[in-house]
Design a protein around this ligand. Structure first.
Ligand SMILES: Cc1cc2nc3c(=O)[nH]c(=O)nc-3n(C[C@H](O)[C@H](O)[C@H](O)COP(=O)(O)OP(=O)(O)OC[C@H]3O[C@@H](n4cnc5c(N)ncnc54)[C@H](O)[C@@H]3O)c2cc1C
Length: 377
């Protein structure tokens, strides 16, 4: 029986655990730094069809339809005037069984936890040191030492485990952007609405069939090194209010009094793609590479990556990093391009961008290359 350690109980670690759970060939443990997983948060996540297909392999199709939503279209608007620029029919990438889905992140995490025994998840523990021999020896923060055949590193964008394994401190880079994330009430649309403004954009989408909606805004912010380190300041009510008032002033859509549970946080991305050689250690999800959020693919890629790790362990193949990094590079470029074009501020360039968007959003060849290539795994 192969023994596998998973570090980090996020979307990627939990999806892998679900795959391992279905086979008697594996014994696994998940080590999670936190004492509890936040299952009450009301904000959402978009899951593209490539990811839904993989989730359906572990029973996602049986989740109550009340808890999910299948948006058909992304509508692009000018945030200032609220004039519609164009729309993209994302449902065209769906097939009979797999549909583009939006959901509360906490509902997804709960679904991923449902089939796992709580004894598999060891909370309040992180990796302290590692020794390589015939097996991988892990020295854990609870003073336990345990041996495994495989180690899967899925502890997110600030992965400490990555620094321990690579023997040098690896820090993600501040993406010169802040996120505002929470809920919005009194929305009258069943589509994904994307509002583009100078140096910011925001997205509104349904979370389920219960009339609950997600609000997420990405705002460009140049911060000094000392400002970035003031984590508590980002969480303060004053800071959230400063960012929300900035958005209120730049859009004619009336958001005041509609936003709820809004939190702000800085966005970090990975700088370099790591090429790792050892065949029994896998980095996955944000620990492998954290993407900018403007293509909404981080979680979907975490799930795709975990599926590939599972196949590599099952079949003993060693092309995981090659295949994964090729896909991540394609998405990284698209995410950065989206971020750039969503945030343009020169009126003439915006005018031209909107013409290009109108044309491309109806060009099937382009859509197939830009989205289809990523959405069909
Ligand atoms: C603003 C924003 C919006 C986004 N929207 C979308 C979207 O709509 N669609 C989409 O697909 N993606 C989206 N993403 C990206 C997505 O959220 C991430 O890519 C995804 O959650 C990564 O999953 P993960 O399992 O790799 O890491 P995480 O979900 O971060 O999980 C890591 C886990 O490891 C634990 N941990 C951390 N350090 C340690 C340690 N040292 N030891 C043990 N455990 C540890 C953490 O507590 C956590 O439980 C968005 C990201 C942002 C910032």
């Amino acid at each position: 029986m192969k023994k596998i350690a998973i570090i980090g109980c996020g979307i990627s670690g939990l999806y892998l655990a679900n795959l391992l759970e279905k086979s008697l060939d594996y014994d696994y443990k998940i080590f999670e730094k936190k004492s509890d997983l936040n299952l009450s948060a009301g904000y959402g996540i978009q899951l593209s069809v490539n990811c839904v297909k993989l989730l359906n392999e572990i029973g996602f199709q049986n989740i109550s339809k009340n808890e999910i939503f299948f948006p058909k279209r992304i509508n692009f608007f000018d945030a200032k005037t609220t004039n519609k620029i164009c729309d993209i029919e994302i449902s065209k990438f769906n097939d009979e069984k797999n549909r583009y889905t939006t959901i509360k992140r906490s509902t997804l995490i709960q679904f991923l936890l449902n089939n796992l025994s709580s004894q598999r998840i060891i909370k309040n523990v992180e990796l302290k040191d590692i020794q390589y021999g015939k097996k991988i020896k892990l020295y854990l923060s609870n003073n336990e030492i345990d041996e495994f055949d495989y180690l899967v590193v899925s502890d997110g964008v600030f992965s400490k485990t990555k620094s321990i394994i690579l023997g040098k401190e690896i820090k993600p880079k501040f993406f010169n952007s802040m996120a505002l994330r929470g809920n919005i009430k009194n929305v009258n649309s069943n589509d994904i609405s994307l509002y583009l403004g100078p140096n910011f954009h925001f997205v509104i989408y349904p979370l389920n069939q219960k009339n609950e909606f997600n609000f997420i805004s990405i705002i460009r912010k140049q911060l000094s090194k000392s400002q970035i380190l003031q984590e508590k300041a980002f969480a303060s009510k004053d800071f959230v209010e400063t960012l929300t008032s900035e958005i209120y002033q730049k859009t004619s859509i009336d958001l005041k009094g509609k936003l709820e549970n809004i939190k702000s946080f800085p966005i970090y991305v990975s700088e370099k793609f790591i090429k790792y050689k050892k065949n029994n250690i896998y980095f996955v999800g944000d620990a492998l590479f954290a993407l900018p959020p403007s293509f909404a693919q981080g979680a979907s890629q975490s799930i795709e990556g975990s599926k590939e790790v599972y196949e590599a362990i099952k079949n003993g193949t060693n092309n995981y990093y090659e295949k994964r990094l090729t896909k991540l590079k394609q998405i990284n470029i698209r995410s950065k391009l989206n971020h750039f074009s969503f945030h343009l501020s020169n009126p003439l360039i915006i005018f031209l961008r909107n013409i290009v968007l109108k044309y491309l959003s109806k060009n099937n060849k382009f859509l197939e290359k830009y989205l289809g290539k990523i959405y069909r795994n």
